[in-house]
Design a protein around this ligand. Structure first.
Ligand code: IPE
Ligand code: IPE
Ligand code: MG
Length: 257
């Protein structure tokens, strides 16, 4: 890695995390899986604090996938209750710390009570600017792309746009997270190296970071290690390394003028 690139080291603006390993964390302690989910909620708090401290603009956490409904009924119901109680308990704290909360995913799948709680939390924190915290719940990347396609199709049917106006830009504008830069860094804890139907479109150019740490053990040091790894990567976006170095040089020269 050249000196030049070191000079370019930056914090990611947007970090997405697949918080995996709660069940195994609990099982390794002889406890029910739901014990791991409760411990996982604590790790969420630590991750939010870290992100705020480091000036990360968006943090997107995968809390519940559209496929997770297929888990045992009791585990699903504990997860829903946990989501509800954490929302209730933490929202004023989030608000105090200027965190804007957004829930992404198909919320129609949730109880009316939970939907109301989500809407309330989003409204309360809507004007906050320190950090945007996106919680992906009943979220699936394929669902996200489908719902965007449906919205565009509806506009074509209403003759508001032409078929040729269905472009990468217009499709992206209908996706969840359209108001934010795409994730620069995806972290997955728990040792698996897959995307599990998370942000399929938005992760197109994210740097991927997999670690074996189980989510409840993912602390500030672990988060810092992921950022340090990210900062050593060269993000080429299809260019050659030489082109990239030239572009950095030109940017630096402009900044110096
Ligand atoms: C991630 O932990 C949390 C959710 C999917 C809700 P898991 O529950 O998947 O934990 P493992 O992967 O079984 O250990
Ligand atoms: C992905 O974890 C979803 C969340 C972290 C919420 P899973 O544990 O459900 O993923 P798979 O089943 O191992 O792919
Ligand atoms: Mg898992």
């Amino acid at each position: 890695m050249s000196e030049l690139h070191v000079a370019q080291v930056r914090m990611p603006k947007h970090v997405a995390i697949i918080m995996d390993g709660n069940g195994r964390w609990a099982e390794s302690r002889g406890k029910p899986r739901t014990f791991g989910h409760k411990a996982g909620a604590e790790a969420v708090r630590a991750a939010i604090t870290f992100a705020r401290k480091k000036g990360i603009e968006s943090l997107t956490l995968f809390a519940f996938s559209s496929e997770n409904w297929n888990r045992p009924e009791q585990e699903v119901s504990v997860l829903m209750e946990l989501f509800m109680s954490v929302l209730k308990r933490e929202v004023s704290k989030l608000n105090k710390h200027e965190v804007r909360l957004k829930v992404i995913g198909d919320r129609a799948g949730f109880s009316e009570r939970l939907q109301k709680q989500i809407a309330k939390a989003e409204q309360l924190t809507a004007a906050n600017r320190a950090l945007t915290l996106n919680i992906a719940a009943n979220y699936g990347g394929r669902w996200d792309i489908c719902q965007a396609a449906q919205r565009l199709a509806e506009r074509v049917a209403q003759q508001q746009i032409a078929v040729t106006e269905i472009t990468e830009a217009t499709l992206a504008s209908e996706l969840e997270l359209a108001d934010q830069a795409p994730p620069d860094l995806l972290i997955r804890t728990g040792g698996e190296q897959r995307i599990s139907n998370f942000l399929l479109w938005q992760l197109a150019y994210a740097e991927l970071y997999f670690c074996d740490i189980l989510w409840p053990d993912f602390n500030e040091n672990a988060f810092a290690a992921a950022i340090a790894d990210y900062s050593c990567r060269e993000r080429r976006f299809g260019l050659t390394s030489a082109q990239l170095q030239q572009a950095i040089l030109e940017t630096d020269q402009k900044a110096g003028e």
